[in-house]
Design a protein around this ligand. Structure first.
Ligand code: ADP
Ligand code: SF4
Ligand code: MG
Length: 257
């Protein structure tokens, strides 16, 4: 099982990238589980086929100990298993703690043994890399972390914090830095700035994803580009990203074996 986490600033395109990656993996015949770890709980909206799962935290609030896998896992496009951790009651509780509670529930319900996914993709908000939000990195949940960023200052600032969090935990055998995904915003010197960041963080730019109106057009249909416009250049970009990410994960897996 390959376990990948995508981190990045809010609004930078993590969920778009995660969903298109999931769809691309699914097209290649992989069984994918996508776990949204953003209190916004909209990670899987374009892969869930219009019907998103109830969030793990909501299900727990409603049903307590009686929560079953059926309540929190919904199968979407290409058999993608969609899960949303959800968020705390606004003003009360800790979003990071919520993610941990959701992960513990999935383990307790034997979600991984039951569905046997080949790939688990965590889609995590990276604006605050506190102990809670760093859980997918430090708890041994993700093996490889990919950071989604543009060349914008605030996106790179968040990316640098995530890089530090990975660095802080790397000696404990937790996640390693798989690389940077540049989701282009077409700002000045964008490629150069992001290349420079990746180099400083001791990693590489895995791929530059161009901006494309196909993303919005697919989104309007609650679909990924890979599903809605499979023949488009943009779908090919995501399929290529999937190949590159898989390549890095497999190489790392072999190195650690
Ligand atoms: P995040 O999950 O990081 O908060 P989203 O994936 O929800 O961000 O993306 C925010 C918005 O940016 C989306 O509504 C999507 O339409 C747009 N977007 C993301 N990536 C691209 C892209 N490569 N080209 C065009 N629009 C994009
Ligand atoms: Fe929880 Fe992190 Fe917020 Fe602290 S900063 S309350 S750990 S989510
Ligand atoms: Mg998101």
């Amino acid at each position: 099982m390959i376990k990948i986490a995508l981190y990045g600033k809010g609004g930078i395109g993590k969920s778009t990238t995660a969903s298109n990656l999931s769809a691309a993996f699914a097209q290649k015949g992989c069984r994918v589980m996508q776990i949204g770890c953003d209190p916004k709980a909209d990670s899987t909206q374009n892969v869930a086929g219009g019907e998103q799962p109830r969030t793990v935290l909501d299900a727990l609030r409603e049903k307590g100990g009686a929560v079953a896998l059926d309540d929190i896992v919904k199968e979407g496009y290409g058999g993608i298993l969609c899960v949303e951790a959800g968020g705390p009651t606004p003003g009360i509780g800790c979003a990071g703690r919520g993610i941990i509670t959701a992960f513990e529930k999935l383990e307790e319900l034997k979600a991984y043994e039951t569905f046997k996914p080949d790939i688990v993709l965590y889609d995590v908000l990276g604006d605050v890399v506190c102990g809670g939000f760093a859980m997918p990195i430090r708890g041994g949940y993700a093996d490889q972390v990919f950071v989604v960023t543009s060349g914008e200052k605030m996106a790179l600032y968040a990316a640098a914090n995530i890089a530090l969090a990975i660095e802080n935990f790397k000696n404990r055998g937790y996640a390693s830095f798989g690389g940077v995904i540049l989701n282009a915003r077409n700002v000045e010197r964008e490629n150069e700035l992001v290349e420079e960041f990746a180099r400083d963080a001791g990693t590489q730019v895995v791929k530059v994803i161009p901006r494309s109106s196909f993303v919005q057009r697919a989104e309007e249909q609650k679909k990924t580009v890979v599903e809605a416009y499979p023949e488009s250049d943009m779908a090919r970009e995501y399929l290529d990203l999937a190949d590159r990410v898989l390549g890095i994960c497999t190489r790392e897996e072999q190195k650690n074996a």
